[in-house]
Design a protein around this ligand. Structure first.
Ligand code: SF4
Length: 346
């Protein structure tokens, strides 16, 4: 691929590097709602949402705005019941984030009288706040000189310095944080961190980057950016089957509330062993991914008096109330297909 040749190192000409980034961001930086606020609570909400969800989803589907309307401040979030909180998070996935956000809100109220601390150690002591989020809060909300490294920043730095260490290894992480700290603009940390992250989202994107219009191409030493960053080998995906029963009775459907774990508090179709559903008609089949598993969910029609029907801890839920329940996306899609009478194989 065509790529301009580096003429200087960002470390040797830090002000030149920062100024190139600032100039570009001043003209082309995106106007996200979380960039219009200095409220640390609103910044934290955006950061937690964006941890595992794309900007386009968070913005395009209105999650950020709706969440802040529903929970406008720390007190509102700290007082949220589990069901209300999970419902407001529905569609974003990784529900643990919502609970952790509430834990942080409660801790800020209990330990700091409702005022977010502007001190790195106090921030890091809050539940769910790691090094990246502390850096984001300090720089975005308080404009304090705090470095941050996320996936975008790691990619940009690995390419700028042509560093082929695996980005998820200890030594590479140490180097990334140190380098991010050396390059950080102490006079404009908010703009600098936003610009570096945005460069990773726009020009220095994964795969083949757009080097020809990159504002810091003169500082970038890699000759093969698409080979960077290097990642450690991922765990292999495991295929598994899941057999659920659809038991209907008197306007209700049998569901089970999930205990501790990734789907805690959510309602699912009851899952059975394959042998228990032998002979029951298959109503629906779909595939979904969760962590390192690729799951084939089979939903079987099950009469209420069948041995595979109700078990302890399972509940009859009125079909008309399903819309207000928090249900994982695969189960919700299966319920829509089954209760709508459609058979969908995805
Ligand atoms: S887009 Fe990335 S790889 Fe390309 S010149 Fe810019 S920093 Fe380097």
């Amino acid at each position: 691929m065509l790529k301009p040749v580096a003429t200087r190192s960002p470390l040797d000409d830090r002000e030149g590097f920062r100024s190139a980034l600032r100039g570009w961001f001043g003209k082309h930086g995106k106007d996200y709602p979380w960039r219009r606020t200095r409220d640390p609570y609103a910044v934290l909400v955006s950061e937690v949402m964006l941890q595992q969800t794309q900007i386009a989803t968070v913005l395009g589907r209105g999650f950020y705005t709706r969440f802040l309307e529903r929970f406008p401040d720390l007190n509102a979030l700290a007082a949220a019941e589990d069901d209300t909180l999970l419902k407001a998070w529905e569609g974003l996935g990784y529900y643990r984030r919502a609970r952790m956000l509430r834990e942080s809100a409660r801790a800020v109220i209990d330990r700091h009288g409702g005022e977010f601390p502007a001190d790195p150690a106090a921030l890091l002591a809050l539940p769910g706040i790691g090094r990246y989020t502390a850096g984001a809060l300090l720089s975005f909300a308080y404009d304090r000189p705090a470095a941050l490294v996320d996936g975008n920043v790691a990619r940009v730095l690995a390419r700028l310095f042509d560093h082929a260490g695996p980005v998820d290894s200890g030594p590479m992480l140490k180097w990334l944080w140190e380098t991010a700290g050396h390059l950080l603009d102490p006079d404009h940390p908010r703009i600098y961190n936003s610009a570096l992250m945005e460069l990773g989202q726009t020009h220095c994107r994964p795969g083949v980057p757009d080097c020809l219009s990159c504002p810091v191409a003169a500082f970038c030493t890699t000759r093969d950016p698409s080979a960077l960053p290097v990642k450690a080998k991922r765990q292999a995906i495991e295929e598994i089957d899941e057999h659920a029963v659809c038991v209907l009775h008197g306007g209700g459907i049998l569901l089970v509330r999930q205990g501790r774990g990734r789907r805690e508090g959510m309602w699912r179709l009851p899952v059975r062993e394959k042998g228990e559903v032998a002979g029951l008609p298959l109503l629906h089949r779909r595939k979904y991914g969760i962590t390192r598993y690729r799951v084939s969910l089979h939903v079987h029609a099950c009469p209420p008096d069948h041995p595979a029907a109700a078990r302890d801890g399972e509940e009859w839920i009125g079909v008309e109330t399903l819309g207000s329940r928090v249900i994982p996306p695969a189960d919700r899609a299966a319920l829509a297909a089954v209760l709508g009478g459609a058979e969908e194989i995805a």
